[in-house]
Design a protein around this ligand. Structure first.
Ligand SMILES: C[S@@+](CC[C@H](N)C(=O)[O-])C[C@H]1O[C@@H](n2cnc3c(N)ncnc32)[C@H](O)[C@@H]1O
Length: 210
């Protein structure tokens, strides 16, 4: 996996400021903010979970949950053990405000940096755009490895790690994760064709522990 040039999207300051603005928008207009990679990307993952009959009691962590809209959709589908972590305190405050308003205050939101240790295990770890942001940080190579190490620590032996990325192809995600995980499945995403080559706008892949 080639390193990308670092950018402000890889800094905590960027996300704190962004969610500060989104809190104002939410308070003033009721707008919960951006759904990264579109609503379809949420729907595809939830449909996969429903099609596989994933237990409604599975302990599910949304890593880098942002405004928490993925967890809200899971709550709407009666999943009951929901956790959202983000290193931005403003993101956590926004996500809590949105969940409270919709009477989903059983969703457990907490501030956490995935590059730090976490002493808890989950049946599903979901990431949409967080690994992408980490890959734009300074020291990305070291951070990517720490990320993988920590994912393996907190994923239950039979659990699923579901990742949606707009920066990496399936081949590149495999290159990063297959040292410690095995690929279980990919969720088909829209494709485009350019100059005879077919590519995906976003990639969603599901991994399990070896
Ligand atoms: C592109 S946004 C995606 C937000 C959300 N997953 C979504 O799909 O709407 C990336 C998120 O990752 C969070 N993030 C980035 N690095 C993180 C880290 N090391 N630990 C926890 N959260 C992180 C950011 O604060 C931001 O909320």
């Amino acid at each position: 996996m080639e390193d990308l040039e670092s950018s402000e999207l890889g800094t905590k300051e960027f996300w704190e400021q962004r969610y500060d603005e989104e809190i104002s928008n939410y308070e003033n207009h009721g707008d919960p903010g951006e759904i990264w990679f579109g609503e379809d990307s949420v729907e595809r993952v939830i449909n996969w979970m429903l099609d596989c009959n994933i237990s409604k009691d599975f302990k599910i962590l949304d890593l880098g949950c942002g405004n928490g809209m993925f967890l809200i959709e899971l709550a709407r589908n009666n999943f009951s053990k929901l956790y959202g972590a983000d290193y931005s305190e403003n993101a956590i405050n926004l996500a809590k405000a949105i969940a409270d308003k919709q009477d989903y205050n059983f969703i457990n939101y907490f501030k956490h940096d995935i590059l730090e240790k976490l002493d808890e295990k989950f049946d599903i770890i979901h990431d949409k755009g967080t690994f992408d942001a980490i890959c734009l940080s300074e020291n990305a190579k070291c951070n990517r490895n720490k990320y993988l190490e920590n994912i393996c620590e907190i994923l239950n032996d039979n659990g699923y790690f579901i990742i949606t990325s707009c920066n990496w192809t399936l081949h590149e995600l495999d290159e990063q994760f297959l040292s410690k995980l095995i690929r279980h499945e990919t969720i088909p995403t829209p494709q485009f064709k350019f100059g005879g080559k077919v590519g995906n706008v976003v990639t969603t892949a599901i991994y399990k522990k070896k």
